[in-house]
Write a protein that binds this ligand. Structure first.
Ligand code: NAD
Ligand code: GDD
Length: 326
């Protein structure tokens, strides 16, 4: 008999990639999401289109599932999470509280929750040359935005469910994940996809500058999605029940990110700095514990990941543009 797993958020970016990895590993996969994937078919054995804020749907989705990977969330980049606080807190709290309780009632043995680097205190991220964040830096807590507060509370919920009910919970803290099949327009896109789209559009129209929010000296680390789903899987198999960073630890400014994309696109571009939501000034992952626990580290370089991502987004931009023309 194949092991049964539920992936919530299977219609989203990371969930869709995770479904493919789990299929390759021989699992029976049920996907659940309020929508199907935007840019590809899902490889899930069954796909439930449902709203996971609703208790009865969570009960249905988790029934008969031995393991649950919880990725459903109302989520986006800086443009989205800084402008939808109430909605995000309400939606994600309902999704996460109901999904975990339903998994428990249905007897799931393991549950992996996808948290975020946004749980780390803002006061540790005020400098572009930021100290990489270790897991224990989460407290005293001062997460970023309603999105970060909800993630931190849901992390606690997982730890309490494990202690009180014995369900084996795992907690991944993602640091800006990017790659093909991720949202690249519409307002929820994160910086790597947004920059790829802007460069691809400029190239298509023969324009020589793109707009970047802030002075571009703010820093981040970016992790390619194939590495991310490998790490999620390894964490689920592990016996480590506490939060673990999943990300890259190479710090890069947004201006440098534009330079890398411009080189890959073989198109020289100037930057126009404009006002926009910037979030923390600098953020990087300390991967010491990730390596200690999983004996694993990300393998795909930023350049390689962006090469694949840019190629996909440039193609998407061309298709969308030719639709507008026809
Ligand atoms: P995504 O937006 O592509 O995927 C999330 C999915 O959840 C979407 O398909 C969405 O339709 C679904 N969803 C939202 N509300 C729902 C509802 N009420 N019922 C059912 N489904 C619903 O985002 P992603 O990048 O794939 O993120 C996956 C998980 O990882 C999320 O929990 C996110 O918060 C977390 N995360 C992602 C990143 C990142 O850089 N991508 C960083 C930190 C944390
Ligand atoms: N999205 C976006 N679009 N960001 C831009 C742009 C643009 O056109 N131009 C500059 N930036 C800058 C933002 O101002 C921000 O300082 C930086 O690029 C990174 O922005 P995002 O990629 O949108 O978000 P983030 O890294 O601050 O946070 C993301 O990662 C977290 C995990 O590390 C978000 O997706 C969070 O939801 C997530 O939890």
């Amino acid at each position: 008999m194949k092991k049964t797993v539920l992936v919530t958020g299977a219609g989203g970016f990371i969930g869709n990639h995770l479904v493919s990895l789990l299929k390759d590993k021989g699992y029976y996969v049920r996907g659940a999401d309020i929508k199907k994937p935007d840019y590809s078919e899902s490889r899930a054995d069954e796909f439930l289109v449902m709203d996971l804020r609703v208790w009865d749907n969570c009960l249905l989705a988790t029934s008969g599932m031995e393991q649950v990977y919880a990725l459903a969330a109302d989520m986006g980049g800086m443009g989205y999470i800084t402008t939808h606080h109430a909605e995000i807190l309400y939606n994600n709290a309902l999704i996460n509280f109901h999904t975990l309780e339903a998994a428990r009632q249905n007897g799931a043995a393991r549950y992996l929750y996808t948290s975020s680097a946004c749980i780390y205190p803002e006061y540790l991220q005020t400098d572009a040359n930021v100290k990489p964040l270790k897991e224990e830096d989460a407290y005293p807590a001062m997460p970023q935005d309603a999105y970060g507060w909800e993630k931190l509370v849901s992390e606690r919920l997982c730890e309490h469910y494990r202690e009180d009910y014995g369900i084996e919970t795992r907690i991944a803290r993602f640091h800006n994940i990017f790659g093909p099949l991720g949202t690249w327009d519409g307002g929820r896109e994160k910086a790597p996809a947004a920059i790829c789209r802007k460069v691809a559009l400029a190239k298509l129209h023969g324009e020589r500058s793109i707009q970047v929010w802030g002075d571009g000296e703010q820093t981040r680390s970016f992790c390619y999605v194939d590495d991310c789903v490998e790490a999620i899987y390894a964490l689920m198999q592990s016996d480590y029940p506490h939060p673990l960073n999943i990300g890259q630890d190479r710090l890069i400014s947004i201006n440098e990110l534009v330079s890398v994309v411009s080189r890959l696109a073989e198109y020289e571009i100037e930057i126009e700095h404009i006002d926009g939501p910037q979030g923390v000034r600098g953020r990087n992952s300390d991967n010491t514990r990730l390596y200690e626990i999983l004996r694993w580290q990300p393998r795909i370089t930023l350049e390689e990941g962006l090469k694949r991502t840019y190629a996909w987004i440039e193609q998407e931009v061309r298709v969308q543009y030719s639709r507008v023309l026809s």
